[in-house]
Each structure stands twice: as C-alpha cells, then as structure tokens.
Design a protein around this ligand. Structure first.
Ligand SMILES: [Zn+2]
Ligand SMILES: [Zn+2]
Length: 342
C-alpha cells in the first residue's frame, strides 16, 4: 500500500508499505477519504508543539472495514466506517472518569499515532464506528469535526431560548451555528468577514448573519439581544482581539467557549471581566466516544447537511499539493479531502 509520509515540515514523501494485519480485537480499515484541518496544517508547517517527524497525518477519516481480528463484535467486512482518532489508554484517572479526551497517555491519530494518509489502517475496534451506506464517505469525514463541536456544546450546556454568538464561520463555526439552532438557541448570531460563509450560515439557520469582524460586532450583538448581551459566545476564530470582543459582547453571567485553538498571547487580558460579569470560560478538547454516535445520527437523519464542506479533493499521491493549497488559501477552503484511492 501507499502512505504519504510528512518527513519534515512542508516535505512529503510517498512510501510503499505492507498492508497491516488485524490482530485480536483489531480492525483494518481500507481508507477512502481523509479531511485535512487546521491541526494537520500546523503539523505540516511545523507550528504544532511537540510533534516528532516523520509523521503520517490524518485523523478525520472514513473508509470500509476490510478485515477483522479475533473477537471483534458489531462490525463486519464491507461496512462503511468512520474513525474516532482520539487514542486513550482506558486505565488512567481521566479515562476512568469518562474523559478519555483528557487521557494522561493520550494521542491523536495522525500525530502521536499513525494517521490515515494511508490506503489501509489498523486500529483497535473501539475506534471504528459504522456509517449508514448511503452517506458519501468524503462528506462523512466531517462527522469527526461535528463530534468535537458537539462535545463543546455539551460542555456549554446550551438551553433553548438562549442567545448565542458564533465568531467565525469556517467549518467548525458553521457546525456550531447549525448545532446551536438545533438546540433551540434564539437568536443565533453568526459573525464572519466572508460573504459566502454568511450565506452558508443563513442556510444553516442562523437568525442573524453579521458581515464584520468580532470587535465591530459588539454593538450589534447588544442591539440584537435587547441590550443584554449574549448568553453564550463561541469563538471559532481564535486570537487575542476576538477573545476580548467575545468578553465584551457577553451578558453578565454569560459563558464563553474559546473553541479555536490559539497560541497567540492576549496582552490586554485581565481577570476583571471574569469577576465583574461573572463570566464562565468553558474549555473543550477534542471529543469523547459518546459524541460519535450522536454526530453520526445528526448527519444520517439529515439534520446536519455536510455536503457543502468539501472544497477540493486530491489523490494521496498529491498530498503535498493539497497541503500547500490549504496553507496558501486557508480562508477560501472549508475542507480539503485526500482520496486514498484504495
Ligand atoms: Zn481535525
Ligand atoms: Zn487514559
């Protein structure tokens, strides 16, 4: 089989490797599609802390169950499947609390553990989830992202009738907008500088779509919430300026989800607004297994349409071009998908 290996930042090679064999409790998945996200981009550019190269990227992956090892139940050869890429030990204190996403020995497939830019991938059966056959496998890669978005909203504890602002309307912003609408939040206010993303946000049910940056949206959010400010702000844009704007647009007692991962230092940050407005900041990391099936069901039922997210598809052999394109035009792309061609 062929594997795309990131040998060093911005340097891919294609390697020939033997097809893996499933051991007891394991499954080999014939990979169909892998979506590339900001995490992959930061590993590609060398900006992701703690990554050891060479690395095989890929954690948003779908495919077909190829072979099953001894003792695997509930899956069968030929099934369409999606992978949960959050590797957890199952033994540490966090795993025992049901927070495998915070596992002390955690790994992400495609970072610490071999990823899916491969034609076949062997993994423990507990990381493989069956998909309905009608769902196109490239679109279904978005379910992994949706599961992380769902994880954040479960932690936020969104209630019907609450006002929600979603800053940024890239892939995760749009999924947050849609999920908030489905949770009965009202109004859901989508904020982005990009017109075509606003159109998508409106299509996903945002009650208001503001074509502006976060800082300029503060007054409008106050107006749209009757002067109160928002109950919840979800920041999918990241960075210091949006974080401070997010604090400004919250009502007293509001909740902030800094969903986007940012390494940018926020020099203006003080704890005063946390005290004065009694703001809760709710972190969220990746997903837990319990997020996977609800995310699959949301897409399978048609409540969340993921058919608009794939901006371009590249064959495995052209992975280097795909990542270069993503780095050059991050704002124009929702998801690039790599077709493993297996
Ligand atoms: Zn990702
Ligand atoms: Zn653990």
């Amino acid at each position: 089989m062929r594997t795309a290996v990131l040998e060093a930042p911005r340097r891919f090679g294609i390697a020939e490797r033997p097809i893996p064999q499933a051991g007891p409790g394991e499954v080999v998945v014939r990979i169909a599609a892998t979506a590339v996200c900001h995490t992959d981009l930061s590993i590609y550019t060398g900006d992701h802390p703690g990554v050891r190269y060479p690395v095989v990227l890929g954690h948003e992956a779908t495919g077909t169950v190829e072979t099953l090892g001894e003792g695997v139940r509930g899956l069968s050869a030929g099934l369409h499947a999606i992978i949960n890429p959050i590797i957890a030990c199952g033994r540490c204190d966090m795993c025992r609390r049901g927070a495998g996403n915070l596992c002390r020995n955690a790994g992400l497939m495609g970072r610490e553990v071999e990823g899916s830019l491969n034609q076949y991938l062997k993994l423990d059966a507990r990381y493989v989830y069956a998909l309905p056959p009608a769902l196109p496998l490239p679109d279904a890669t978005l379910i992994e992202t949706l599961a992380t978005v769902r994880h954040a909203q479960e932690r936020i504890g969104l209630k019907a009738g609450e006002s929600v602002v979603v800053l940024g309307q890239g892939t995760t912003g749009l999924l947050h907008t849609r999920l908030a609408v489905l949770a009965g939040a009202d109004p859901v206010i989508a904020v982005t500088r990009t017109r075509w993303k606003l159109d998508l946000a409106s299509r996903y049910g945002a009650h208001h779509a503001l074509e502006t940056g976060a800082e300029k949206a503060v007054d409008e959010v106050r107006r749209l919430t009757g002067g109160a400010g928002a109950d919840v702000v979800i920041d999918t844009a990241g960075g210091a300026a949006t974080l401070m704007a997010a604090m400004d647009m919250l009502r007293p007692g509001g909740r902030l989800s800094p969903y986007a991962v940012s390494h940018e230092c926020c020099a203006q940050f003080t704890t005063f607004p946390l005290y004065y407005k009694e703001v809760s900041i709710i972190g969220s990391r990746a997903l837990i297994p319990e997020d996977m099936q609800p995310a699959i069901d949301l897409v399978a039922s048609g409540k969340i349409d993921v058919s608009d997210f794939v901006s371009a598809t590249y064959p495995l052999e052209r992975t280097a071009e795909a990542l270069a394109e993503y780095e050059a035009n991050p704002g124009k792309i929702l998801r690039i998908v790599i077709d493993s061609g297996a």
